[in-house]
Design a protein around this ligand. Structure first.
Ligand SMILES: [Zn+2]
Ligand SMILES: [Zn+2]
Ligand SMILES: [Zn+2]
Length: 253
């Protein structure tokens, strides 16, 4: 299984528009963070998790020429607002794109992208086939997916486990039953917004606490704000086995 990290920034990305803080001015490319997304590839199947506003740029930058499906964690703008550009893949495949998400997210997509679900569509609108994720494990071609229920303050969202790898973002709480579904994973990508606490995201201390409980061999942090500081400094502050992720990170599991 190959994982490509396409974006590691929080909702505004880093640099933040009109911010002149030192992190936003950094010359280190690892301090440039597009909105969160990953690509999961195994056995010829290619899955995208989330399609935020940087989706187009990410597909071009990492030369992604085909996708078999998109999995959505939740309906916040930084995770879905790139979906209009899915039409490029509709043309490549001559088929709608399968979008796996829970019902509430699907209902939101139908409102936000109303033109794509209209009875009479304008030519060239994106075509999305919404497939319900109800919490039970499912398979997309050659990839087995185990949804992990997480809470983004009060909003239920999904993380996903793929074999020995799990991707958990945009949450502040996980119940013990769901934590148990992560047993035996080797690599984890988990959100850590910043050092200060936040109502709907884990901060660094909370993420580290959870990492200790899950105990993967290797963990990468994602969904980071400019307030988290410089990538290079964070590398030195984190315990063994934990590193900040960066855009373009590729791993084979
Ligand atoms: Zn987010
Ligand atoms: Zn800044
Ligand atoms: Zn969110």
């Amino acid at each position: 299984m190959k994982i490509t990290v396409l974006g590691t920034g929080t909702s505004q990305g880093v640099p933040v528009i009109a911010c002149n803080c030192p992190v936003c001015q950094s010359a280190d490319s690892r301090d440039n963070r597009l909105r969160c997304s990953i690509l999961v590839e195994a056995g010829g199947t290619v899955l995208l998790v989330d399609a935020g506003p940087d989706f187009r740029q990410q597909m071009l930058r990492y030369q992604v020429t085909d996708l078999d499906a998109v999995l959505l964690t939740h309906e916040h703008a930084d995770h879905i607002f790139g979906l209009d550009d899915i039409r490029s893949f509709n043309w490549v495949r001559k088929a709608p794109m399968d979008i796996w998400c829970e019902r509430r997210v699907a209902d939101n997509l139908k409102t936000i992208f109303r033109y794509a679900f209209a009875e009479i569509k304008y030519p060239g609108t994106p075509q999305m086939e919404l497939i319900d994720v109800d919490g039970a494990p499912f398979r997309v071609q050659n990839i087995e997916v185990i949804p992990i229920r997480l809470y983004h303050h009060k909003l239920p969202v999904f993380g996903f486990r793929f074999g020995k790898f799990a991707y958990l973002t945009d949450f502040s709480r996980i119940e013990p039953d769901e934590l148990a579904k992560l047993a035996g994973i080797e690599v984890l990508i988990i959100c850590a917004l910043r050092k200060k606490s936040h109502i709907s995201h884990l901060n660094l201390a909370e993420a580290l606490d959870l990492i200790e409980q899950i105990a993967p061999k290797k963990t990468y942090l994602t969904h980071m704000s400019h307030e988290m500081g410089f990538h290079a400094e964070l590398m030195n502050e984190l315990p063994d086995g934990v590193e900040p992720a960066y855009d373009g990170l590729v791993m084979k599991i």
